[in-house]
Each structure stands twice: as C-alpha cells, then as structure tokens.
Design a protein around this ligand. Structure first.
Ligand code: BTN
Length: 253
C-alpha cells in the first residue's frame, strides 16, 4: 500500500514540530512499541502505523484482532493537559466525525455504526523523568470482518465509503485528530461535551454496569464521565465498563 507519509507529516508539523510518520509491515502492537521507545527516551511526536499487528491490544486486557483490512496506528507524544479526563471521547469525536456522519460513539472508547463496532481506541500514559507521555492507539476495521466470537458484532468502513483503504482513512482523519488533541490539551473536554452528546449511542438507553448496577444513560458531564440514572440516584461513571442492554434499545442505523 502507498502511504502518503510526507504530505501528511508536513500538515501536522505546524502543530507538532518534529512530527514524523512511520509505517511498519508488522509489529506486535503499535501501542507497545511506542511505550518501549519512550522508555528509551524517544518521545518526539510520532505516528506509528502497522500494516499488521501480531498482538494488538484492546481495553481491559482484551486482544484486538484485525484479520481483515484494517487501519491500526498509535500516536505517541508528550502531553500535559490540565485534566486528562475525556481524552478518549475527544479522540472518538475526531475519528467519527472525520470518517462519516453516520458514525456514533459508545462511551468511553468505541466508534459504532448502528449497533456494530467499527473502531476502538486504547489510550495509555506513562511518566518518563519529567515528561508525561501519551500513546493514543486507534484500530479501525476497513474491510469485512467476521463477527464470530466478538462481544459486539463488527462493522467496517468500506460499508460507508466503498473503495476506501487504510491509507485513505488515515488521510481523512489525521489532521482532525491532531487538532482535537491539541484543543483538548489546551481546553480539556468541556467544550466538546455538546459534540459528544450529538454522537452518543447510549443516551437514553438502559445500561448494565460491570459491577452489577444498572440504570439509564443520560449523557456525560463536563469531564466526560458517564451519567447514569439509577433507582438509588445519579451515578457518575468514570472507568467501569458499561454494557448496553438490551441491544434493541439502541436506535437503528
Ligand atoms: C478496544 O476497542 O478495546 C481498543 C482497541 C485499540 C486497538 C488499537 S490498534 C492500534 C493500537 N495498538 C494496539 O495494540 N491497540 C491499539
């Protein structure tokens, strides 16, 4: 595949001087690789794309399989927002909006088409001497994916944009993503709350929390925490995994 790395680099260097893009034919996980490099002191802003991951990772210790055509990349950079909460939502908004108006977000990290998952986001941070380093990993299904064994059936971008490939998807989303991260670092999540609400697939749905609680999802607060109305009052969920139930409550595509 031809990756338009040089032209994309030039566009982003006005935001992040020294920014580079690297494409590897194969790596275990782009997130893991950038963390390894950061431990060696390599913390300049970089976008690492893998044409194939052999041990892609998802949230909550899950694996991320991309057997079909996929765009898998991680953006690594020093980042110092006043407040980290809501970063994954800011990234999700940029990914969804740049790819298609039909995409929605499932708090906190998934991009959905209808009731199926099209993309996932895995954000990891670490401190190295005085630098706080963030790795923002994104995996997007580009071609058909088998839903066998998946908790949430899969969607792929080619359904919405016939003929698109991974390089084309990166071209669409990189600049909006970089601007979203820059804005988040300056102003936090609060200015993005309204945009998230317009994309929120859980709004008004009955949800089950992994701690056994349940209630109705009522959007997010200014810090990106999910608000859930329960019989015992409003709960503010920051990290618990949330499952939608029943799936039939989610609006159709
Ligand atoms: C999830 O849905 O649980 C998050 C999936 C994140 C997958 C991406 S693919 C690129 C980057 N490298 C990884 O190992 N994971 C992220």
């Amino acid at each position: 595949m031809i990756w338009p790395t040089s032209s994309l680099e030039v566009g982003i260097r006005s935001l992040w001087p020294g920014f580079s893009i690297q494409v590897l034919p194969e790596i275990d996980s782009t997130n893991s690789e950038l963390m390894r490099r950061a431990r060696l002191g390599l913390v300049d802003p970089v976008l690492l794309v893998a044409e194939r991951q052999t041990a892609g990772r998802g949230r909550l210790g899950r694996s991320w399989q991309s057997d079909g055509a996929a765009l898998t990349f991680s953006l690594g950079l020093p980042l110092a927002p006043a407040d980290w909460s809501g970063l994954s939502l800011a990234v999700g908004i940029a990914v969804a909006q740049s790819l298609s108006p039909r995409l929605r977000l499932k708090w906190p990290n998934d991009v959905w088409l209808g009731q199926r998952k099209l993309a996932g986001i895995l954000i990891e941070t670490a401190s190295f001497s005085d630098v706080r380093y963030a790795v923002i990993g994104v995996g997007i299904n580009i071609g058909p994916v088998s839903s066998e064994g998946l908790a949430t059936p899969a969607a792929w971008l080619g359904e919405l944009l016939p003929g698109i490939d991974a390089a084309g998807a990166l071209q669409r989303l990189l600049s909006p993503l970089a601007h979203a991260i820059q804005t988040f670092a300056k102003d936090g999540f609060a200015p993005l709350q309204t945009q998230f609400h317009a994309l929120d697939v859980l709004a008004g749905c009955e949800v089950t929390l992994s701690d056994g609680g349940n209630g109705r999802a009522m959007g997010v607060d200014q810090g990106g925490a999910l608000l859930v109305h329960t019989v015992a009052g409003q709960r503010r969920i920051t990290s618990t995994e949330v499952r939608v139930r029943p799936a039939g409550d989610v609006s159709p595509e």
